[in-house]
Every structure is written in C-alpha cells, then in structure tokens.
Design a protein around this ligand. Structure first.
Ligand code: PHE
Length: 379
C-alpha cells in the first residue's frame, strides 16, 4: 500500500526536476546519436524508452504528485518523451537507410564475372527423336538392329535387288570408299565395292542372313548421299528402318504398324495412307504419307483455313515402304514360300523439321547448343 500523499514539495521528487528531465532527455538523444548501427540503437531504445528507463520512471512519479503539480510535470515529461521518440525514429530511419545502401553494395552480384560451372549441354534432338521412334517399336517387341555405315556394295545394292546399272549406284549419287586391290594398288571410285551406305535397308539383308525368322527389328542409323548441304539437303542424315519377316504377314500388318507409329508419335487420331511406288527391294512398294499433324486434313478444299505445314494437301510424306521382295528373301536365305515380310524406312531429319518447325537443315548439323537446348533434356 502506498502512503497517503504529502503536501507537494518539488525538492522531494528529485526525478521530476526540470534539469533532471532535460538531462534524461539529453542522455537519450546522445545515446541515439552515438548508436552506430541498428543493434546499438535497439539497446539504446530499451535503455531510454523502455519500461524501466529514467523517463518512464519519471512519468510514473507524476501519479504521485498533488493534482496542482501534475499538469506542469506531465507537460515537462511528455515533451521530453516526445523529443526522445522523435529522435529515435529519425535515427532509426537514418541507420536503416545506411544499412540498405551498404547491403546494396556488399551483396551486389557482378553478372559479368565468369561463370564457374560447366554449362549443361543438351542431347541432340535427332538423337532423342530417333530413340523415341525406336521406343515405339521396342514396346511392341521389336529389337534394335545395327549395321556398318561403311558398307559392302553387295548389301547396300545387290542383295536388295538393285540392278547393276541402277542410277543410285553411280558416283554422283553414292560415296564410294577407295580400297586396295589384292595386288596392293588403290582402287578408283566405284570399283572398290565399298560404299557409305545410302540407306538403312542393307540392315534388312544383314539381319535376315544373321537370324532365323520370325524377325522383328528396327534399325536407326546414319546414311550418306552425295547431296550438297543446303536448307533441305544434307550429305549425312539419319533413317529408321523397320523389318518384320514372319509367316503370313500382309500389307494390312504393314498399314496397321504404320498407323500405330504415327498415333504413338503424333496423337491417337492420326493415320497414314499409301501411294504406289517402286523400290527394288519391296514388292509391292508404296510411298507412305501421314495425315498433316497441324490441320489434320482440314485445310483440304478449305481456302479459309490454309495450312503452311502440308501446303493444304492434308498429308505429309514420310518415307517408303512395302512387302519385302521375295528376291531379297531368297538372296538372304529365307524361304519366300514360307515367310513374307514388310519393311519401311524414313528420314529423321525430315520428321524433326516438320514435327518441330525447323526450317533449315543446316541448323541440325552445326552443333550449336543454342539450337539443341530449346528441345530440352528429354532422355
Ligand atoms: N530405303 C528406302 C529409302 O532410303 C526406304 C525404304 C525402306 C523403302 C524400306 C521401302 C522399304 O528411300
């Protein structure tokens, strides 16, 4: 219990003397000014404005004063506390501004400094597309078959029923590899019997010689033709070949397999169409088209909706196909009375071009990561 108020005597209440209040205020202001950072200011704040600070204690003393003295003392303390909190806010703002300016400098990132990590590369989209197409068939039970890129003329042409004077056998179409005769002299041009394979079809012959039917293989690989590199040609490109040889295979199996492939790659409403054609190693042979994956055929006869991808034809040419010519089966030791087969082959570059709107084939061969990166890191 507090004692009853005595009569007012300012001398008795030391803490409320004007000089004392001024001193408390000045000490607070000095402490704030001396605080060199926000931590120091926080300490000074507790010491000079907290519940046990001299001014807070003085403020509490006011209650003990006789009524006639309260107003003057209250004004005095109030002004002092006002000045203190104003100085505190000002110093706080000043120190925060200093800190912000310092952080901006200290934590600045120099974006021109050399990059210290080896940038991740990207797989070439031709590789990923080739794997993706192969996967469609692997998931159907096909195996991957491979063959050499430097190939015997016999596998590339003869076994596939190319007649001896077929134009593809000429040096303006095919790269012949210079060889050595048994006598040790260099062979010239097309005498060597060795070529850079012009298509993946020699793998058909190699596979049939190696394995007993039933044969279900898919062969992705690099092929060569003597074309100049330009926007739509490249002397080195990629094909995927498919070969199935079994009892009772028909053109309907070929068609169903092609439809399955384009549906797996381009969507379930896709389909293919076959147009008669000629290849020495298939009979009958066909050119295979797939429905234009952009307009889905809707641009045909529809001038309001032209399609740039298929030139409003509704179809995109994919490659060649057909039933394996019995002569090829015979050349490879397979009985054509018992077995039949189908095959198809198409270019990966072309598919990449229309599937991803790549306009210039040269971009695919230059090896610039700025081309490959946007295709992402699909594995
Ligand atoms: N090898 C042919 C080409 O390069 C494509 C093809 C493959 C055709 C298999 C029929 C069967 O054009």
């Amino acid at each position: 219990m507090s004692a009853p108020n005595k009569s007012y005597d300012p001398v008795e209440v030391e803490a409320l003397k004007p000089e004392e209040i001024e001193r408390m205020r000045d000490e607070a202001l000095a402490a704030f000014a001396a605080a060199g950072d926000l931590d120091a200011l926080a300490h000074a704040k507790t010491a000079h404005t907290g519940g046990t600070s001299p001014l807070a204690l003085a403020n509490r003393e006011i209650g003990a004063l006789p009524p006639q003295a309260k107003a003057a003392a209250g004004k005095l303390v109030g002004q002092a506390r006002g000045a203190v909190s104003k100085a505190l806010a000002a110093r706080q703002a000043e120190l925060e501004a200093e800190r912000d300016a310092r952080v901006l400098v200290e934590e600045a990132v120099d974006v021109t400094l050399p990059y210290d990590r080896v940038p991740a590369g990207a797989r070439h989209p031709l590789t990923t597309l080739m794997e993706r197409v192969s996967d469609v068939f692997v998931s159907m039970g096909y195996e991957i078959a491979e063959g050499p890129e430097v190939e015997a003329e016999w596998f590339n042409f003869d076994a596939l029923n190319f007649v001896p004077d077929h134009p593809a056998r000429q040096m303006q179409d095919t790269f012949f590899v210079r060889g050595t005769t048994p006598e040790g002299t260099a062979t010239e041009g097309d005498e060597s019997g060795v070529v850079l394979r012009t298509h993946t079809s020699p793998v058909q012959a190699r596979t049939l010689i190696d394995r007993e039917p039933p044969v279900y293989v898919v062969c992705p690989g690099r092929v060569y033709r003597t074309d100049e590199l330009d926007a739509t040609h490249t002397p080195v490109f990629h094909q995927i070949e498919l070969l199935a040889v079994d009892e009772g295979l028909t053109m309907a199996d070929l068609k169903g397999t092609l439809d399955h492939m384009v549906q797996a790659l381009f969507g379930s409403d896709m389909k293919t169409r076959l147009r008669p054609n000629f290849f020495p190693f298939t009979e009958p042979s066909a050119e295979m088209d797939m429905l234009c994956y952009v307009c889905r055929g809707e641009s045909v006869g529809n001038p309001d909706r032209p399609c740039r991808t298929c030139g409003s034809e509704g179809w995109i040419e994919l490659g060649g196909c057909g039933m394996v010519n019995p002569k090829v089966l015979v050349a490879c030791g397979v009985d054509p009375e018992k077995y039949s087969g189908f095959a198809f082959g198409f270019g990966i570059e072309r598919m990449l071009m229309f599937r991803h709107n790549v306009e210039d084939m040269r971009d695919m061969v230059e090896g610039d990561v700025r081309f490959t990166r946007p295709f992402g890191m699909e594995i």
